[in-house]
Design a binder for this molecule. Structure first.
Ligand code: C5P
Length: 234
């Protein structure tokens, strides 16, 4: 029989990157590998949860034993996530969502032409899905736990932690998993697609931040443990 910290909990996880079409053959995308989201799905399944993984483009195969929903664009991700979130105990938004999409999608392939000027792409803002999931947390689902992700860089004005705390308040999710990107202490670039991760998990209620580092699975296990603790099932 299945056992685990999240036994029978309905967990929705988003992963990978969205792709915003420009024409029938081109898109604006991002470098998200989907690895952290897949590791989260595996960790949640191993903890006994029923997992729906809503995923955009990923460099890795989706895991076994989860319900898969594949999407391309931020608007598709939004529709799938809001619908799945309605019945979820936990929503974890690990997807890299395009902040902007092309204002219009060309019906035909955009061609280079010598008789007209080169095209200029104008962009419009995508909705913030995480903010919408928080807003839709329904009266009968007030105990739903919502987890966001954020990649932050510090700068001269403000460190990464302060930016992350401001983002947590703005988004209103319960937990925010923050990874600091940009050059690390040794000057090495921290980029997308790596096998390991170093994060601080900060909480809207001001609970002490939790540090997790190691493989993406180790980070996923730390997130799952914290989620279980918050649901009172650990
Ligand atoms: O604002 P930023 O992109 O740093 O926020 C990251 C978090 O918000 C992630 O959890 C991401 O999945 C989510 N997000 C979203 N909709 C967007 C942009 C980000 O849900 N349009």
């Amino acid at each position: 029989r299945k056992t685990g910290k999240l036994l029978g909990k309905r967990v929705v996880i988003t992963a990978g990157g969205t792709r915003e079409p420009l024409d029938p053959v081109r898109f604006l995308g991002n470098k998200s590998s989907g690895k952290q989201g897949v590791a989260l799905a595996e960790a949640a399944v191993d903890a006994g949860a029923d997992v729906i993984l809503i995923h955009g483009h990923m460099d890795v195969a989706p895991p076994q034993n989860v319900k898969l929903h594949s999407i391309q664009t931020a608007l598709e991700l939004r529709a799938a996530t809001l619908s799945a979130a309605a019945g979820a105990d936990v929503v974890i938004m690990a997807a890299a969502v395009a902040d902007f999409r092309p204002a219009s999608v060309s019906m035909g392939k955009i061609k280079k032409r010598d008789d007209v000027a080169d095209p200029v792409i104008s962009l419009v803002r995508n909705p913030d899905i995480l903010v919408e999931v928080v807003a839709h947390r329904s009266a009968q689902n007030l105990s739903q736990l919502i987890v966001g992700f954020a990649a932050e860089t510090g700068d001269a004005d403000c460190d990464a932690r302060s930016y992350a705390e401001a983002k947590l308040k703005r988004k209103g999710c319960d937990l925010l998993v923050v990874n600091e990107v940009g050059p690390d202490e040794d000057g090495a670039e921290r980029v997308f697609g790596q096998e390991s991760n170093t994060v601080e998990i900060i909480a809207l209620d001001g609970a002490e931040p939790v540090h997790a580092a190691g493989s993406k699975r180790a980070v996923a296990d730390a997130v799952v443990a914290l989620v279980a603790e918050r649901l009172g099932t650990s």
